[in-house]
Design a protein around this ligand. Structure first.
Ligand SMILES: Nc1ncnc2c1ncn2[C@@H]1O[C@H](COP(=O)(O)OP(=O)(O)O)[C@@H](O)[C@H]1O
Ligand SMILES: O=c1ccn([C@@H]2O[C@H](COP(=O)(O)O)[C@@H](O)[C@H]2O)c(=O)[nH]1
Length: 213
């Protein structure tokens, strides 16, 4: 790889469809082309805290993230160096013991609720996307996902939504929409927007190929 990787930020509220959009774009390319970095994997390590205390953390506040490490890692990837990526365990509410060595790729998609909230991350992005889905749809999607995949109960999801997710979304996530170059309504089923994003990625890759000839 001779060109510097291009960084695409995919932001949006919890349950908006960021992961689904990102996966739909990745599916159209070979594995070696796009690297996905999830901001969620950079929640601060809480292994020193008892499990009960971790339940009280506000995971929707910017201070819940170890953005120092995330900024460092994106810098390294942009400079074509490998990173030691942490892995996050949603069921245990902390990082797992696993660390994955990740090599840079031509396109890096950085995905997460608050990636547009930190100017250091915004500065590293070439394209900024905000997935914009109504709050009622987001909470329904989150309820189903968190109960099925993240080991939560109905009461705990509702409680967390009222106390943290909704207020933090209004205070910190929603205002970052103004920094986006592209706003994708409804996320995962927006095939037109996903096609446009995929075309843009194709263009970046063919430009890289032409420059390498
Ligand atoms: N357009 C859609 N229609 C139905 N379900 C969807 C759609 N987009 C996403 N989902 C589902 O909603 C949940 C949250 O979507 P996800 O992409 O994980 O959102 P985010 O990464 O923004 O939290 C997932 O279970 C996903 O399968
Ligand atoms: O330990 C944790 C860590 C995060 N969360 C919640 O996850 C979402 C962000 O993930 P999305 O995939 O964008 O939904 C965030 O709103 C946190 O509330 C958690 O509950 N526990």
């Amino acid at each position: 790889m001779s060109e510097k990787p291009v960084v695409i930020g995919v932001a949006g509220g919890s349950g908006s469809g960021k992961t689904t959009v990102t996966r739909s774009i990745c599916q159209r390319f070979q594995d070696k082309t796009i690297l996905v970095i999830e901001q969620d994997y950079y929640y601060k390590d809480q292994s020193h805290l008892p499990f009960e205390e971790r339940l009280n953390t506000n995971y929707d506040h910017p201070l819940a993230f170890d953005n120092e490490l995330l900024v460092q890692h994106i810098h390294k990837l942009v400079n074509q160096q490998p990173i030691q990526k942490p892995v996050y365990d949603y069921k245990m509410h902390t990082r797992s013991n696993e660390i994955i060595t990740v090599e840079p790729k031509e396109v890096i998609i950085l995905e997460g609720i608050l990636i547009l909230e930190d100017p250091r991350l915004v500065d590293l992005m070439d394209i900024k996307v905000f997935v914009d889905t109504d709050a009622d749809i987001r909470i329904i999607r989150r309820l189903m996902r968190d109960i099925k995949e993240r080991g939560r109960t109905l009461d705990s999801v509702i409680d967390q939504y009222e106390n943290n997710v909704r207020p933090m979304h209004l205070q910190f996530v929603e205002p970052t929409k103004r920094y986006a170059d592209i706003i994708i309504p409804e996320g995962g089923q927006n095939h037109v927007a996903i096609d446009l994003m995929a075309t843009k990625v194709e263009k970046i890759l063919s430009r890289n190929q032409e420059n390498n000839i």
